[in-house]
Design a protein. Structure first.
Length: 170
């Protein structure tokens, strides 16, 4: 029971930080996360929420990167393993991971399954790289951290509305 309370606290704290970051007038922040062994950033305006993966219902005749369907507060979301979709890693095994829920204004109930979140990353601590990763058409660009870590920024809207993403059937 204590674990469930800790999970609720984590989700509440993260939601509060996301809302506070969106309302802040100072330097913008992006949500950092890891998937496929790489570091990623996503604009806070492109995601609705971050949740721990609930029970996933498998879907027959689906692509290997399509993890299944999940109910989040009564709404059904198609869950895509982002690392597997981008062909960076095998699909995540069942267990602890997170879902980035795409913003509802995109008109798609899509969730991106990621390995873990890394919290908010202030953009003023990052240096924009001159090039973007051409192998990932949904990337906005790349950033370099003070520790030389490369971060790829993901355009969630472009990703979840692309034909390749929407065609989850075999």
């Amino acid at each position: 029971m204590k674990d469930k309370q800790s999970l609720r606290d984590f989700q509440t704290q993260l939601a509060g930080k996301l809302k506070a970051a969106q309302a802040a007038t100072g330097p913008s922040s992006k949500l950092g996360f890891i998937t496929g062994g790489r570091h990623w950033l996503v604009s806070l305006e492109q995601i609705e929420e971050v949740v721990t993966v609930p029970e996933l219902i498998a879907v027959p005749w689906a692509q290997p990167w399509f993890s299944g369907v999940a109910s989040v507060r009564g709404a059904l979301f198609g869950c895509t393993d982002l690392g597997a979709f981008l062909q960076l890693a095998e699909a995540l095994p069942p267990g602890e991971s997170h879902l980035l829920l795409a913003h509802s204004r995109f008109g798609v109930n899509a969730a991106l399954r990621i390995e873990r979140t890394l919290g908010l990353r202030p953009v003023d601590n990052l240096t924009r790289e001159a090039t973007r990763d051409a192998a990932i058409p949904w990337s906005v660009g790349q950033w370099r951290g003070q520790d030389d870590q490369i971060w790829t920024e993901l355009d969630v809207e472009k990703l979840v509305t692309s034909p390749a993403f929407l065609e989850a059937g075999l």
